[in-house]
Design a protein. Structure first.
Length: 255
C-alpha cells in the first residue's frame, strides 16, 4: 500500500501506528510535525487546502488520505487525479478515534490502531479523573486563528472540559475581540493553525486591548503549539496536558 498524506494529522497517525514506511509523499507541514519523515526523501506535495491534480497523479499512490481543512477546488483536484481517496473530516474525539481505526485498517495496522486509541482514552480519562474533584471550572478561551478570531474545534472543547475548564463560545465559530473582552475568561490558549509555537502573545494582547482581562492579569495566557490542539491525531494528548497545567496549575503544575 503506497499512501500519499495530504495533512499532518494523517502522517502523525501513521507514525503512531508504526507505518510511516507506507508513505510515498507528504506535505511540508508533515515534515515539520513528524521528525522521522525528514530523512526519507519523500516527494513533498501541496496539502488538502491547495492540492493539484498533476502532482498527485505523478506519484501514482494506491491511496490518498486527506483531512480537513479543504477547499472545494482542492478536493476537486484530488478527485480528478483518479486515485482512491480517503477524505476525513472529524469533529469530535470519537470521530478522531474512528479515523485512527480507519487508517489502521487500510495500512494493515488494525491492532496498533486499537492500542493507540486505548492509550489516548486512558490519558484523557486520567486527567479528567484528577480534575473531577475541583469545584471551580475556569472559563477558557481557545483560539484557532487570529484574523478573524476563530474558536478552536469541538474536540478542543472536550479536552478543556476533561481538564476541568469551561469552554468559552461555540467551537469553530468566528468571534470578536470585544466579545472575548466582555466574557473576561480566566484562561486564554492561542493555537493558530500553521503557526506552531510562534503566536506573538504579548502583541496580540496589546492589539486587542486585553491588558485588563483576568487571564492576562493572572498570567494565564499561553501559546500551545498548533499540532497539539488543531491536529486530530494522538498529539492531542499533549495539548490536553498543556491545557490542564494552565486551567488547574495547582493540580497539574504544582510549584
Amino acid at each position: 500500500m503506497k499512501i500519499l498524506s495530504l495533512q499532518p494529522s494523517v502522517s502523525l497517525v501513521l507514525e503512531s501506528l508504526g507505518r510511516i514506511d507506507a508513505l510515498v509523499g507528504c506535505t511540508r507541514y508533515c515534515l515539520e510535525a513528524v521528525a522521522g519523515l525528514r530523512s526519507r526523501n519523500l516527494v513533498v506535495v501541496r496539502d488538502s487546502w491547495s492540492s493539484e491534480t498533476e502532482e498527485i497523479a505523478a506519484l501514482q499512490p494506491d491511496l490518498v488520505i486527506a483531512s480537513v481543512p479543504y477547499r472545494q477546488e482542492s478536493l476537486a483536484a484530488i478527485l480528478k487525479a483518479g486515485v482512491p481517496v480517503l477524505a476525513l473530516a472529524p469533529h469530535s474525539l470519537a470521530d478522531i478515534y474512528g479515523d485512527i481505526r480507519l487508517i489502521g485498517s487500510v495500512a494493515d495496522a488494525g491492532p496498533a490502531a486499537e492500542r493507540v486509541i486505548g492509550e489516548m482514552q486512558r490519558a484523557i480519562s486520567e486527567v479528567a479523573l484528577r480534575a473531577a474533584g475541583c469545584q471551580e471550572k475556569p472559563v477558557v478561551y481557545c483560539e484557532e486563528w487570529g484574523k478573524p478570531l476563530i474558536h478552536s474545534q469541538p474536540w478542543v472543547r472536550e479536552l478543556v472540559e476533561a481538564a476541568g475548564g469551561e469552554f468559552l463560545g461555540e467551537p469553530g465559530r468566528v468571534t470578536e475581540a470585544a466579545t472575548i473582552t466582555a466574557a473576561n475568561p480566566e484562561v486564554i490558549a492561542l493555537a493558530w493553525c500553521g503557526a506552531g509555537d510562534r503566536v506573538p502573545v504579548q502583541r496580540v494582547i496589546a492589539m486587542r486591548g486585553w491588558e485588563q482581562l483576568r487571564a492576562v492579569r493572572e498570567k494565564r495566557v499561553v501559546c500551545i503549539p498548533d499540532e497539539l490542539l488543531n491536529t486530530p491525531a494522538p498529539t492531542l494528548v499533549g495539548g490536553l496536558r498543556a491545557l490542564a497545567k494552565v486551567i488547574h496549575p495547582e493540580l497539574f503544575d504544582p510549584v
